[in-house]
Design a protein around this ligand. Structure first.
Ligand SMILES: Cc1cc2nc3c(=O)[nH]c(=O)nc-3n(C[C@H](O)[C@H](O)[C@H](O)COP(=O)(O)O)c2cc1C
Length: 163
């Protein structure tokens, strides 16, 4: 018998993760959500996975677009993580109100200015587990910057992981 979801959540919340914003664009409309369920899968071919709730707007947009970008947040971007975890109708407009910028690169998906990395992926496979869809993304382009990461541990953002 599996453990109940509360017990599992309590245990897995002790696994420190980074924080990302997964973005895409479908029908010329950008969408994005805060995601910690991201993992590197293999270097050959360069592939990561993103695990998204099938009911999220962003999941449905990625199905349509066949591409997405994983933006790895920096320690001073907690406000962006909170915004993209909300059901705010126009997160990208709100981003400008908060004083943050986005860029659209040659891949077409939104890149968050100030992120530690923006990793552009083409969907190479998917699989559904319970409420979620796992997108395997073959990495097409990367953009990197220096800085310290934002973390997530036991239900809270941590801007100095390990300290
Ligand atoms: C720290 C944190 C991590 C999250 N990680 C994920 C995740 O990995 N996958 C997911 O589908 N939702 C995740 N969420 C929830 C989504 O960000 C949230 O449901 C969002 O409102 C969905 O937006 P959308 O419907 O506009 O796409 C996370 C939320 C928080 C606060």
């Amino acid at each position: 018998m599996p453990v109940d979801s509360a017990a599992y959540r309590n245990a897995i919340s002790r696994f420190l993760t980074g924080v990302t914003i997964v973005t895409t664009v479908a029908d010329e409309k950008p969408s994005g959500l805060t995601a910690t369920a991201i993992a590197s899968v293999t270097l050959e071919p360069p592939t990561l996975l993103a695990c998204l709730n099938r009911h999220s707007t962003t999941c449905q947009a990625i199905v349509q677009a066949g591409r997405f970008t994983v933006n790895v947040l920096a320690s001073d971007q907690t406000d962006i993580a909170k915004l993209f975890a909300s059901r705010e109708m126009d997160k990208f407009q709100q981003l400008a109100v908060l004083g943050h910028g986005i860029e659209t690169g040659s891949f077409g998906t939104p890149h968050l200015r100030g992120a530690l990395a923006s990793i552009d992926c083409a969907v190479s496979a998917t699989t559904d587990i319970g409420t979620h869809r796992i997108f395997f993304g073959e990495v097409q382009q990367v953009q990197c910057a220096e800085g310290s990461p934002l973390g997530y541990f036991r239900g809270a953002f941590v801007d100095r992981p390990g300290v």
